[in-house]
Design a binder for this molecule. Structure first.
Ligand code: LFC
Ligand code: MG
Length: 444
């Protein structure tokens, strides 16, 4: 039973200088400093449990998300947690439909990233008070409770509340067996850690060899800046992993539509399973054109990490413009909006392969995709969750990867809580790490 009134909400700008090692670099984001707007909510409950939430950014601009979180806080502080979870849809709508704030959205951009950070903290608090990892809180909620958390506005033309209920009721069948499978085998993952665009060939080969030894069988490589480089690096990695293992490509929105088609055709020889973000994340029809052109080659289109909201995902699904749907735990309106997208993906029979990496994205999205398998999709076919091997040491309950699979978290909450010393050290710009970088004037 949840309790307590939210008495405080704080938000911090926490940045990790990953650009110094080119970790996370791609054809469009050549110097990412993996960062987070990190939210902590407190209540007056005796248990003094706090809720931790975050959204993911690349360094610059995190301060703007911090401002947006502060702009939302008047809707959160003073609310009873019991009222929030009993009317979660209403609370979601209050955060996303404030008559003035929605003008800088609606449900997109900075204000939606801020909404994600705040709601992620609320879900963390709720799961902790129920003493369950979030995935288990969701699995053991009734279909009615789950549906009550979803704002169906703008998607009822493809998913009504009644259709969502039916999917979830069907999902209750044999869910114990699927939960057992998750606890025993975990959720299948792929790695992006070997082939960031800024890594040298030697780095790529060393990391790939290490990953193969660790049992990884699915690899994603960054492409899009230079075709000859892409051909060389794709050949390198394909030769190392062999033809029994999966290779995916990620262009991070670099190309125009026709350029994407011709460029990927040049890389088809390496038999990629998908091309990720081939063009603008806003170009739904463009993704459809690319999907159709590459289908004869057996190459799918994957996208979602920068897809604003459920309405965009609805149209991607309606237009058959993607073959792999990549939800993100911090881009969409938290668990609430991710639930609606998981249900729409099930309705269209499209596999969900979540985006992860960054700061905490692995820690968070593992809960959502484990729930998806147990209670919504019921399938692991053509499904895998991204894993990136950076920054887990800064979390109190970091992910556990075994045999290239996410093992279900056991600790209560949404795995969002960072170590206090990490927050202190990497807070921007006051943290010691940043004071040192700034004083050395290291190009950052
Ligand atoms: C800037 C980031 O590292 C992106 O390159 C990363 O999220 C990437 O798109 C991915 O799919 O992991
Ligand atoms: Mg990507």
């Amino acid at each position: 039973m949840v309790k307590g009134k939210i008495t405080g909400l704080s938000v911090k700008d926490v940045r990790f200088p990953t650009s110094l090692g080119q970790h996370g670099s791609d054809a469009m984001h050549t110097d990412p400093d993996y960062s987070a707007a990190y939210v902590v909510i407190e209540t007056d409950a005796e248990d003094a449990i706090k809720g931790y939430g975050l959204t993911f950014t690349l360094g610059k601009g995190t301060e703007i998300v911090v401002c947006a979180v502060k702009a939302l806080s008047h809707l959160v502080v003073g609310r009873n947690l019991e009222d929030i979870v009993a009317n979660f849809r209403d609370f979601y709508r209050q955060l996303t439909s404030d008559g003035q704030l929605r003008w800088i959205g609606p449900e997109k951009g900075v204000v939606h990233l801020a909404t994600a950070a705040v709601l992620n903290a609320v879900w963390d608090l709720w799961a902790k008070q129920e003493q369950k990892p979030l995935w288990k809180l969701l699995v053991y909620m009734t279909p009615e409770q789950l549906v009550s958390c979803i704002d169906f506005r703008y998607i009822t033309d493809v998913l009504t509340e009644a259709q969502a209920l039916e999917i979830l009721q069907n999902g209750k069948q044999r869910q114990e067996a699927r939960e057992e499978h998750m606890v025993k085998h975990g959720y299948p993952a792929y790695t992006t850690s070997c082939a960031w665009l800024g890594y040298s060939d030697n780095q790529l080969q060393k990391l790939c060899a290490d990953a193969l030894k660790e049992g990884w069988t699915r690899f994603k490589v960054k492409v899009g800046a230079d075709l000859q480089d892409d051909i060389r690096r794709c050949k390198l990695i394909r030769d190392m992993i062999g033809h029994d293992n999966e290779l995916m490509l990620d262009a991070n929105q670099r190309w125009d539509v026709n350029e994407a088609i011709s460029w990927v055709k040049e890389l088809a020889v390496f038999k990629p399973l998908w091309i990720e973000e081939p063009t603008s994340p806003d170009d739904i029809l463009g993704h459809g054109t690319i999907s159709k052109a590459l289908a004869p080659l057996g190459i799918g289109v994957a996208t979602g990490e920068q897809c604003h909201n459920r309405v965009m995902f609805k149209q991607f699904l309606q237009a058959r413009a993607l073959q792999y749907l990549q939800i993100d735990s911090c881009r969409l309106g938290s668990v609430n909006e991710n639930l609606s997208v998981l249900l729409m993906a099930k309705k269209f029979n499209i596999p969900v392969c979540p985006h992860a990496g960054g700061v905490g994205l692995c820690e968070l999205v593992q809960h959502l995709i484990i729930f998806d398998y147990i209670s919504v999709s019921g399938s692991l076919e053509k499904r895998m969750c991204e894993y990136v091997d950076h920054l887990h040491e800064h979390f109190k309950h970091p992910v556990t990867i075994r045999n290239a699979a996410y093992m279900p978290p056991k600790d209560p909450g949404y795995s969002t809580e960072m170590k206090e010393e990490s927050v202190l050290l990497y807070q921007f710009p006051s943290g010691d790490i940043w004071q040192q970088i700034i004083s050395e004037n290291t190009e950052i």
